[in-house]
Design a protein around this ligand. Structure first.
Ligand code: SAH
Length: 211
């Protein structure tokens, strides 16, 4: 299979044609070999217009949704970004192309390990991975200019709001139902929060760790 051709087609039809404009996001999606982030038997489907299973009941997000969430972060290259839900590591790689430093937290050990492995193989030096609970964010490296959450909590976790920098952007699916949530963009301005609904989405629910 010609992965480069598949990737170009994905970017044209799923990303540009649907309104993603940020040139840096588009360039990075052309560059990153998405098929390396999915299980070997699914590589043929890596550029399809849907999420794919990556094991442990989890998924790699649909390409358009990854692009949209990343564009909403408005990355110019000097930011510190936090990702909750490393999953396959695909969005972590995308963020690493677009920001200065990426911090990513995953709660499922298998996924944490395999994402960490592929991201080191690809020699990303500006990504720090962590096995832990994303509800807590990653206080040690806060504040973050951008925070992206790829699993859906019922409400926005307070630590994530606290760890957002002034003028920072938080992109997060929020909702009680596991079938439909709302993608929300939160911006912190003069310490206050501006909240905007983007589109309905469907993400895996955010896992609450056992106490
Ligand atoms: N960005 C990823 C999306 C993975 S799906 C990608 O494109 O591959 C969401 C991920 O969130 C899953 O891997 C899931 O295990 C993880 N997750 C769920 N609850 C979590 C929590 N409380 N803290 C951190 N990660 C969590």
């Amino acid at each position: 299979m010609d992965f480069l051709k598949a990737r170009r087609l994905m970017v044209e039809t799923q990303i540009k044609d649907r309104g993603i404009k940020d040139k840096r996001v588009i360039e990075a999606m052309l560059k990153i070999e998405r098929h390396r982030f999915v299980p070997p038997d699914l590589q043929q489907s890596a550029y399809d217009d849907n999420p794919l299973p990556i094991g442990d009941g989890q998924t790699i997000s649909q390409p358009y949704i990854v692009a949209l969430m990343t564009e909403l972060l408005e990355l110019k290259g000097r930011e510190k970004v936090l990702e909750i839900g490393t999953g396959s590591g695909y969005q972590s790689a995308l963020l690493a192309e677009l920001a200065r430093d990426v911090y990513t937290v995953e709660i499922v050990e298998n996924l944490y390990r395999s994402a960490d492995k592929i991201l080191s193989e690809l020699e990303y030096k500006n990504i720090k991975t962590r096995l832990g609970d994303g509800y807590q964010g990653w206080a040690e490296y806060a504040p973050f200019d951008g925070i992206t959450v790829t699993c859906a909590p019922e409400n926005i976790p307070q630590p994530l709001i606290d760890q957002l920098a002034e003028n920072g952007r938080l992109v997060i699916p929020v909702g009680r139902s596991k079938d439909v949530q709302e993608l929300v963009l939160v911006r912190k301005k003069s310490g206050r929060l501006e909240r905007k609904s983007i589109i309905p989405v469907r993400f895996v629910p955010m896992i609450k760790p056992e106490k």
